[in-house]
Design a protein around this ligand. Structure first.
Ligand SMILES: C[S@@+](CC[C@H](N)C(=O)[O-])C[C@H]1O[C@@H](n2cnc3c(N)ncnc32)[C@H](O)[C@@H]1O
Length: 226
């Protein structure tokens, strides 16, 4: 996919966000209670901190409550900007991480030529946010991240390993739609989007609630290749 085609990719896609932000508006803080063990996520955040210079500009894409990631990055003196589709999540994140700046935005608005331009970043964290997109959009979202990063910039990405597309699951009393890949396919999608995977970890994760099934979480530390 060439850079000039990114906007066209989005142009041919009908974005359907029905219910996605509403679910997270209603879930609020309960998200952090249901997913209390965040070793993999904190470890990937640590990789960003170790690899970037103090003051580097980092985007937390789909930041949720801002905890733990925006807070971890801001506490390490990185310059953190967070975006989330859910107004409630943005309100909580502003409260919990006053040192960062949060915008209520759809990540698709950040695409080349999209509705918002937040400038360029040295690093992006996208933890469990791209999985809320239909599969057809995930490569476009990765190209958007590529476009948002300075050359050589870093991406810490997490997904749930599953061969599903826009698949409805029960989630903390709501229904959300999620997508995923088998690990080998995710590697191919990242490679095509222009990312080199420099480190990865997988965890079998049992959320602290019967309402969310156990899942295989993958954390990929990537570098913008070209
Ligand atoms: C599963 S939560 C993960 C939150 C946080 N990254 C974490 O790992 O703690 C996914 C977040 O992505 C947000 N989200 C979903 N679709 C989005 C979109 N199109 N643009 C921006 N944020 C989105 C949701 O509102 C939610 O807060």
């Amino acid at each position: 996919m060439s850079g000039t085609n990114d906007g066209h990719g989005y142009d041919s896609l009908r974005l359907d966000r029905t219910g996605q932000a509403e679910a997270f508006d209603a879930i609020g803080d309960r998200y952090d209670e249901a997913f209390p063990h965040k070793e993999g996520q904190v470890g990937a955040g640590e990789w960003l901190i170790e690899s970037l210079d103090p003051g580097a500009r980092v985007l937390d894409l789909g930041a949720g409550t801002g905890v733990p990631t925006s807070r971890q990055l801001a506490d390490a003196d990185l310059d953190v900007v967070g975006v989330d589709l859910s107004a409630r999540m943005v309100t909580l994140a502003r409260e919990y991480v006053p040192a960062a700046t949060f915008h209520q935005l759809d990540l698709a608005d950040l695409r080349p030529g999209g509705a918002r331009d937040l400038g360029r970043f040295d690093g992006v964290a996208a933890f469990f946010s791209l999985l809320m997109l239909p599969r057809a959009e995930i490569p476009l979202a990765l190209r958007t991240i590529h476009h948002l990063l300075n050359p050589g910039g870093l991406l810490a990405l997490s997904m749930v390993e599953a061969h599903v597309d826009d698949f409805e699951i029960p989630f903390l009393g709501h229904t959300i739609r999620v997508s995923g890949y088998l690990l080998e396919d995710l590697h191919k999608v990242l490679d095509t989007a222009g990312f080199e995977v420099v480190k990865e970890n997988s965890y079998t994760y049992a959320p602290a609630t019967a309402d969310v099934p156990p899942e295989e979480q993958v954390f990929l530390c990537c570098r913008r290749r070209d």
